[in-house]
Design a protein around this ligand. Structure first.
Ligand code: DC
Length: 220
């Protein structure tokens, strides 16, 4: 199977690139952030303190998470309910960031993610795909973009979903979550040694073009 890893901070454009590459090469796009967000939603709904590692860990066996693909879109199910449209808020992002630094939460998702990559040609995006989940991926990208570009992108996404926030508020929230993700003890969100850095501060078409050429040169 062919496995392509895309890591990088929020708003760097990982999912846009991953979707475009998945379409171009006919691979499945696997969004691992959505899995952490689904756990975050459960923790929020149960009124659990997302920083209380013992309680969050104890609740994990209650979570029945299913992932289905329909028309190339990954749907997340939480205890039978399709929650795909509910997990893209900043509140859920905060819960996902807080709980994703816990070892038991990461272990809960590790096998699911590896198993998907073993059975399918995947473009998988997240924070630790190239470093931990798929260390032998055929191509590893680490995307970056300026703080301003990332905040502008994420604000537009949130606004589209009806969340009223300013670019400055989004910039602050993104940088707090990134700091938490980058400095955690387990699977910190840093580039793999053999990752190819992709700066997506400018034109997306150029980034896509570069990524396509790199993949084509590596995969015969
Ligand atoms: O990519 P995203 O914004 O949907 O991710 C939500 C949170 O989940 C983010 O704070 C980092 C965490 N995450 C992670 O720790 N590891 C991954 N592979 C994907 C996401």
């Amino acid at each position: 199977m062919i496995n392509i890893a895309i890591d990088g901070p929020s708003g760097s454009g990982k999912s846009t690139l991953a979707k475009a590459l998945a379409k171009k090469f006919g691979f499945s796009y696997v969004d691992t952030g959505a899995m952490y967000r689904t756990i975050g939603l459960y923790i929020l709904r149960t009124g659990t303190d997302p920083h209380d590692e013992a309680v969050v860990t104890a609740r994990l066996p209650e979570i029945k998470m299913d992932i289905e693909f329909a028309d190339g879109v990954q749907h997340m199910f939480l205890c039978g309910e399709d929650v795909t449209g509910l997990i893209r808020t900043s509140e859920i992002a905060d819960y996902a960031s807080a709980t994703s630094k816990m070892g038991a939460v990461r272990a809960f998702l590790l096998d699911v993610q590896r198993d998907m990559a073993k059975k399918n040609n995947v473009i998988m995006d997240g924070r630790d795909i190239g470093t931990v989940i798929l260390p032998d991926a055929d191509v590893k990208f680490f995307m970056t973009a300026s703080d301003e570009a990332r905040a502008v992108r994420r604000q537009a996404e949130l606004e589209e979903k009806g969340e009223k926030v300013t670019v400055e508020e989004v910039r602050k929230a993104l940088s707090a979550r990134d700091e938490q993700d980058r400095t955690r003890n387990i699977a910190p969100a840093v580039p793999a040694e053999d990752a190819i850095m992709l700066d997506n501060s400018g034109s997306f078409e150029e980034t896509l073009d570069r990524a396509v050429k790199i993949i084509e040169s590596r995969i015969k």
